[in-house]
Design a protein around this ligand. Structure first.
Ligand code: GLN
Length: 487
């Protein structure tokens, strides 16, 4: 039998159902790998070994019956941004380093109902602000392909854990690229769904009009399986959209002949690493061989997406993070002299430098004197970017380009230079500003480092994106490669 951790989630699911192995065996196998390898990676903030084994025992009993839910017995890891009832939920921050969530996020609840066994909570950039996982209070996460490199961020712990096969899949969130960019840098399949497709209830808010939960998996088929459980309307999230959830699995094998692919002209201009460009172009040729048509598309306002995002996201973050005041939950300073001192010191001690920078920027752009010049203006540009995408989708089915300008970079290389760090998201942010679903899939290696191909679709086209990604993965083996030290 193939090693358990070499299998995809769908293969493990089939194995569990055929009773080739039990959920307890599978869960213990992954827990042992976490125990053995995580000291090299720092991908986990919390490992819930005991409750995982108990859940696996229950899953095995359930698997004896004929109506076990779709994901019964499958181990999974949650990004530590999702509230988990009775379990430490830190959001990668000292501010929440003592916070035991009193309820489950909808994503956690739905996946639990579908039968998953939670192995633990993954490290992440503090409050999901970052592109390298270096802003975490719990220390940086290492990239399993090269321990000197970053795994991307902010869902870097989720990505490193899946890439090193310490879990078959993980949840993530994507506000400006935090699922797709780490997926690209660690050789995974990352899906950021349409804004509103997956509930944000119980997901600690960063920038509410951009945040969206999604998946980090080995394959598009695995993402389809998870999405079938996660997606759908939730009355507890006022921005959740009441659109029926299609059958993501049955759409996977549709032929790609006649598919119209728009090549994002702006994504292939200056700034893109040469080897990455070459691999992305090879992936596009493969699509052509599968019968797709390539059409060059220009989105003239797209180059404005980074500055626009770095007004909108900090503005929303400054408002969302005002709830951490040392009074209701989270870190509280010792012996405050009065209320103001309590606020100042609790927030001053609880937040790291990147979060403070965002709060200050956000407060500034929302202040009475500057609101029109920055915030309002950014909202208008956001609309122009969304209109550019809408126009493009009147001609093509999906858009493609690179996910990230370079493969994984060295830990420490960009931490002192926020603007260079922000520019890492240049290809991913547009989809968030427009609320569009987007994926990254592995399309080759620059030396030892994985490179990602990005696929963006119109609103609620997740089934199409998964189909397009699956078509590529049937023809290639990049998604099967395992980092050397973790085989
Ligand atoms: N890297 C971007 C930021 O720092 C995006 C983060 C995210 O998607 N959560 O804001």
């Amino acid at each position: 039998m193939t090693e358990l951790h070499h299998q995809t989630l769908s293969e493990l699911r089939a194995g569990l159902r055929a009773r080739r192995f039990s959920s307890v065996e599978l869960t213990k196998h992954y827990l042992a790998r976490i125990e053995r390898f995580d000291s090299q990676l720092n991908a986990f903030i919390t490992v819930t070994a005991e409750s995982a084994v108990r859940a696996a025992e229950a899953a095995d009993r359930e698997l004896e019956t004929s109506n076990a839910p779709a994901l019964t017995g499958i181990p999974l890891v949650h990004k530590d941004i999702f509230c988990t009832d009775g379990v430490l939920t830190t959001c990668g921050s000292k501010m929440l380093s003592n916070f035991i969530a009193p309820y489950d996020a909808t994503v956690v609840e739905r996946l639990a109902r579908a039968g998953v066994v939670t192995l633990g909570k993954a490290n992440m950039d503090e409050f999901a602000m970052g592109s390298s996982n270096e802003t975490s209070f719990y220390g940086p996460v290492k990239n399993p392909w090269d321990l000197k490199k970053v795994p991307g961020g902010s869902s870097g712990g989720s990505a490193a854990a899946v890439a090193a096969r310490l879990t078959p899949a993980a949840t993530g969130t994507d506000t400006g690229g935090s699922i797709r960019q780490p997926a690209a840098l660690t050789g995974l399949t990352g899906l950021k769904p349409t804004y509103g497709r997956v509930s944000r209830y119980g997901m600690i808010a960063f920038a509410s009009s951009l945040d969206q939960a999604g998946t980090l998996t080995l394959t598009a088929e695995d993402a389809a399986l998870l999405m079938s459980a996660m997606a759908g309307f939730d009355a507890r999230d006022s921005t959740s959209v009441d659109v029926p959830v299609p059958d993501y699995l049955s759409a996977l094998d549709q032929p790609l002949s006649g598919l119209k692919i728009g090549l994002l002209k702006e994504f292939f201009e200056k700034g893109l690493d040469e080897q990455s460009a070459k691999l992305v172009r090879e992936a596009l040729s493969l699509y052509e061989r599968l019968g797709a048509k390539l059409i060059e598309v220009s989105l003239p306002n797209l180059p404005l997406s980074v500055p626009t995002y770095y007004v909108v996201a900090p503005a929303e973050c400054s408002s969302n993070l005002s709830r951490f005041d040392g009074v209701r939950f989270g870190h509280r300073c010792d012996n405050p002299s009065d209320l103001l001192d309590l606020y100042r010191r609790s927030r001053g001690e609880g937040f790291g430098p990147e979060v403070k920078r965002r709060i200050m920027t956000g407060t500034y752009v929302l202040s009475a004197g500057y609101y029109d010049a920055y915030y309002l203006r950014a909202q208008k540009v956001r609309r122009l970017i969304a209109d550019d995408f809408a126009r493009a989708f009147s001609n093509v089915d999906v858009l493609m380009g690179p996910t990230s300008p370079t493969p994984a970079f060295d830990i420490g290389a960009k931490v002192d230079d926020p603007i260079t760090m922000y520019l890492n998201d240049i290809y991913t942010i547009g989809a968030n500003l427009a609320g569009l679903p987007a994926m990254s899939i592995p399309c080759g290696f620059a030396g030892e480092l994985p490179v990602g191909l990005q696929i963006i679709g119109p609103h609620f086209s997740e089934a199409k994106l998964l189909n397009v990604a699956h078509g590529y993965q049937r023809e290639t083996q990049w998604h099967r490669r395992i980092p050397k030290g973790f085989i």
